[in-house]
Ligand binder design. Structure first.
Ligand SMILES: C[S@@+](CC[C@H](N)C(=O)[O-])C[C@H]1O[C@@H](n2cnc3c(N)ncnc32)[C@H](O)[C@@H]1O
Length: 282
């Protein structure tokens, strides 16, 4: 077996339909939309060129669970989900037809309405303007780190939850996180870790935290002071905040802007396209 095969209902449905139509071959993606292959269909199942067989009963299981991605192994299919000791909830890789997201306590880690996780990340990166050394505070599936690393010299990305790291390892869209030579990954709590970084280390900080209700301390003045301290003079912060159009989102953004200013940031501006705020170290 070469590269692993990762599938969701988006990739499996065309195979089942082609088989039902009596065809002996069909095209699909073996990696959640990144590449395409031709698959041979037999009464037993769908044979991938990677040497793996998806049995028809397994294909039905995948179609019955549209909120999950599965890894195909020589032993059969494995759902890409894990129990998080941190949140005491199951985290799962959630398919979108393109780059997947993670459902964390049932909440998607990226925007999926009217966009997809990869395009959502492109908006964040456009607002952050990565260059030089970048701190990506909350790794998740690593999309911000991966896209930042295409423009920056070096990216340090931090993730608290080993269960999320496990999903990132299994996600084809997260592969550059583990292969790019200018991305360093750390498993730990960025709230504590940042205190150990020297002053003026980073040109850019990308701060894409979980919801305020799940990680309030990452929206606090003390943490913002640390982010300001580790930025170089003139360095830029992008802070994802979420829903600029709801009353709750507007209130949260107002609080974030005020606390960033109190923490010493200047030119604090809302960026509604990226659902966040940018700020500069004075
Ligand atoms: C919104 S997601 C980040 C998405 C990410 N930027 C991406 O491109 O996929 C937030 C992530 O922060 C992680 N997290 C939560 N608290 C953290 C902390 N204190 N330190 C580091 N990571 C944390 C969560 O486990 C989750 O994976």
């Amino acid at each position: 077996m070469n590269t692993p095969v990762v599938l969701s209902h988006y990739e499996v449905r065309p195979l089942v339909e082609a088989h039902q139509a009596g065809r002996e071959q069909a095209e699909t993606s073996p990696d959640l939309g990144l590449t395409r292959v031709t698959v041979t269909l037999t009464p037993e199942g769908a044979h991938f060129p990677q040497g793996l067989l998806l049995r028809w009963e397994e294909a039905r299981t995948i179609l019955e669970h549209p909120n999950l991605c599965y890894r195909l192994t020589p032993e059969g299919i494995e759902p890409l989900q894990a129990f998080s000791e941190i949140t005491r909830r199951v985290v799962q890789l959630y398919p979108t037809g393109t780059a997947p997201t993670v459902l964390l306590s049932g909440i998607a880690m990226h925007r999926v309405q009217d966009t997809d996780p990869w395009r959502d990340t492109q908006e964040k990166i456009r607002a952050a303007r990565p260059r030089g050394r970048v701190l990506d505070t909350c790794m998740g599936l690593g999309y911000t780190a991966i896209q930042a690393a295409r423009q920056a010299e070096w990216v340090l990305t931090v993730e608290l939850d080993p269960a999320v790291l496990k999903l990132a390892r299994a996600n084809p869209w997260s592969r550059p996180l583990f292969t790019a030579t200018n991305i360093a990954r750390v498993l730990g709590d960025v709230y504590d870790l940042v205190r150990g970084f020297p002053d003026a280390t980073f040109h850019v900080v990308i701060h894409d935290p979980p919801l305020f209700s799940l990680a309030g301390e990452l929206y606090g003045r003390d943490f913002y002071r640390e982010l300001e301290r580790v930025l170089k003079p003139g360095g830029r912060l992008f802070h994802y905040v979420g829903s600029p159009d709801t009353k709750m989102g507007r209130n949260l953004t107002r609080g974030v802007v005020a606390r960033l200013q109190e923490a010493g940031f200047r030119r604090v501006k809302r960026v509604p396209r990226a659902f966040g705020v940018v700020a500069v170290k004075g």
